[in-house]
Design a protein around this ligand. Structure first.
Ligand SMILES: Nc1nc2c(ncn2[C@@H]2O[C@H](COP(=O)(O)OP(=O)(O)OP(=O)(O)O)[C@@H](O)[C@H]2O)c(=O)[nH]1
Ligand SMILES: [Mg+2]
Length: 310
């Protein structure tokens, strides 16, 4: 008799630029998932990560060390890291052997922050696509620091990077605006938070930029970039404060919906989880309003604070 087919495994590939909060996310999300009763295995795929805050089930550092690569091949940290990823790609049997005994776990992959790995370099995409062949269904969770919302020009560049990442990585995808707890400290937003999360009419961003003498020179370039982003109509964000359980839960609902976990039978599904999978933009819109109220002062409050400072 043929053996039972191996169970499908689910998980998240946590990606995003350096310092966007990937490792902190893996810690917060793994604690949240364990509290929900999921068996979680966190896999560190970033050879540059030091002093991991979470319990690491598999560490790529056991296969290849960034310091050794830099010394042996006389590479800088960036080139060394790309080599490490190519080395992992060429030795995927090692990763498969490490993951196989963990089947039945929910996986979180803490990935390196080198942007090129997610926009045009082939190694990471090839690793993800191999994992899909092992029946491991991943959602790419792409973290972007919410700081970028405070500057329209930086927000356009973040939209471009997010779109390029979505197209290159080729996984079900969720973009997050991380560090929402800091957004008030980063500076004033020109628009409501839902403008950034839903990526609404970007012509307003262009108008905002036109008032800046430096960016007025680049108006045509920005117009073309914005048009490209709107034509694809793929990018949107979910705000995240990793300290806030409600915020993590909203992210998890989106992630579970993207990779199909919410339609599985691994856990007793709550009515709320099923509803959130079934509902669409209205749910996200109302939750974003809630977050706006939580983390951003209203115009009245801001005026009051300014009057007090005078
Ligand atoms: N206030 C606040 N700080 C955060 C949050 N997430 C991460 N940080 C801080 O941001 C810094 C970078 O976080 P990491 O989790 O190391 O970011 P990373 O993306 O793994 O960074 P690299 O591995 O270097 O690419 C750390 O000092 C974290 O404590 C957050 O939600 N709120
Ligand atoms: Mg990290």
């Amino acid at each position: 008799m043929a053996g039972a087919a191996p169970a499908t495994a689910f998980g998240q590939a946590v990606i995003g630029p350096p310092g966007s909060g990937k490792t902190t996310y893996c810690l917060g999300m793994s604690e949240f998932l364990r509290a929900l009763g999921r068996r979680v295995a966190v896999v560190n795929l970033d050879p540059a990560n030091e002093g991991l805050p979470y319990e690491c089930a598999v560490d790529v550092g056991e296969l290849v060390g960034l310091g050794d690569v830099m010394d042996a091949l006389r590479l800088g940290p960036n080139g060394g890291l790309l080599y490490c990823m190519e080395y992992l790609e060429a030795n995927l049997d090692w990763l498969r052997a490490k993951l196989e005994p963990l089947r039945g776990h929910y996986f979180l992959f803490d990935c390196p922050g080198q942007v090129e790995l997610c926009t045009h370099h082939a190694a990471l995409r090839s690793i993800f696509s191999q994992m899909a062949q092992w029946d491991l269904r991943l959602t790419a969770v792409h973290l972007v620091d919410s700081h970028y919302c405070t500057d329209p020009a930086k927000f356009i560049s973040v939209l471009c990077t997010s779109l390029a990442t979505m197209l290159h990585v080729e996984l079900p995808h969720v973009n997050l605006l991380s560090k929402m707890d800091l957004i008030e400290h980063y500076g004033k937003l020109a628009f409501n938070l839902d403008y950034y999360t839903e990526v609404l009419d970007l012509s307003y961003l262009l108008e905002h930029l036109a008032s800046d003498p430096f960016f007025s020179h680049y108006r045509q370039l920005n117009e073309k970039l914005v048009q490209l982003i709107e034509d694809y109509s793929l990018v949107s964000f979910i705000p995240l404060n990793i300290q806030d359980k409600d915020s993590i839960q909203r992210v998890l609902q989106a992630v579970d919906k993207a990779n199909g976990y919410c339609f599985g039978i691994q856990e007793q599904r709550s009515l709320e989880a099923m509803m959130s999978a079934a509902m669409g933009a209205d749910f996200h819109f109302s939750s974003t309003l809630g977050i706006q109220e939580k983390y951003l002062a209203s115009p009245d409050q801001t005026a009051e604070q300014e009057a007090m400072q005078l």
